[in-house]
Ligand binder design. Structure first.
Ligand SMILES: CC(C)(COP(=O)(O)OP(=O)(O)OC[C@H]1O[C@@H](n2cnc3c(N)ncnc32)[C@H](O)[C@@H]1OP(=O)(O)O)[C@@H](O)C(=O)NCCC(=O)NCCS
Length: 216
């Protein structure tokens, strides 16, 4: 498959699959949170939870329920951090035990399609737009920026409980290495992203971003 594992250091387990081929049952409390959803959403949610339990098994953790938190975040068992993503034809989960080098994890996958100009305007700060423009294909590269911002949002949220808008974070994406770092701006400046390191890659028609918050 697409190998989201290439986005993360050792110690992080990654499981990925086409949601159409993922067989698994939801725990009753998980089932309740998608009871009113359309079938496509139920399928992607089931795939995410099933792969998350596969990831827990790889970490040697029992296959517990992962409820939906107040801000839609998956609630991982104590001692585990993780992240879930899904898009057309693809679902992936990254997870790690805490207590080692990893304090937070974010994973995001998007189809490898150019962003609409209007969306690029919404998610990219002027400095970020300028950097993308220097590389010639701002709307195509904008997808990687979008993906990086969503991955880092997911990585930081369980630790900070803070919503960050696209204008609150400036991402420095090195297109040669695929690495990115980020800093918060304005009212969000107190959220510390100095220990965050991310990677983006393009594979099999998808853009993938992984963000790791290192431990102190
Ligand atoms: C949460 C968000 C990032 C999800 O990204 P997406 O591309 O829409 O969808 P994905 O399939 O990649 O990810 C969805 C999964 O993200 C996870 N997720 C949702 N909210 C989350 C949160 N607050 N924290 C961590 N993970 C979260 C869930 O596991 C969800 O899947 P599930 O509902 O099946 O459990 C996006 O919807 C959002 O709210 N973005 C606004 C905030 C943001 O991105 N800011 C960027 C600046 S830092």
């Amino acid at each position: 498959m697409t190998r989201a594992s290439a986005l993360f250091p050792s110690g992080v387990v990654v499981v990925e699959a086409d949601p159409a081929f993922v067989e698994g049952r939801l725990h009753p409390e998980e089932e309740a949170s998608v009871a009113a959803a359309v079938e496509r959403r139920r399928r992607e949610f089931r795939a995410g939870r099933t792969l998350a339990r596969d990831a827990l098994a790889l970490l040697g953790v029992a296959p517990v329920a992962l409820p939906v938190g107040e801000r839609r975040e998956p609630v991982w068992p104590d001692g585990v951090v993780g992240s879930i993503t899904h898009t057309r034809g693809y679902c992936a989960v990254a997870a790690a035990r805490t207590g080692g080098a990893v304090a937070g994890l974010g994973l995001d996958v998007e189809p490898d399609e150019p962003l609409k100009e209007a969306l690029l305007d919404r998610i990219a700060l002027p400095a970020e737009r300028d950097r993308l423009a220097r590389h010639g294909e701002p709307t195509r590269l904008g997808r990687a920026l979008f993906c990086a911002k969503e991955a880092l949002y997911k990585a930081q949220f369980p630790g900070t409980r803070r919503f960050l808008g696209f204008e609150d974070v400036e991402v420095d994406l090195d297109l040669a290495t695929g690495r990115f770092t980020a800093r918060t701006l304005g009212p969000a400046s107190d959220v510390d992203l100095s220990r965050l390191v991310g990677r983006v890659r393009v594979a099999d028609g998808y853009v993938l971003a992984g963000a790791v918050i290192g431990s102190d």
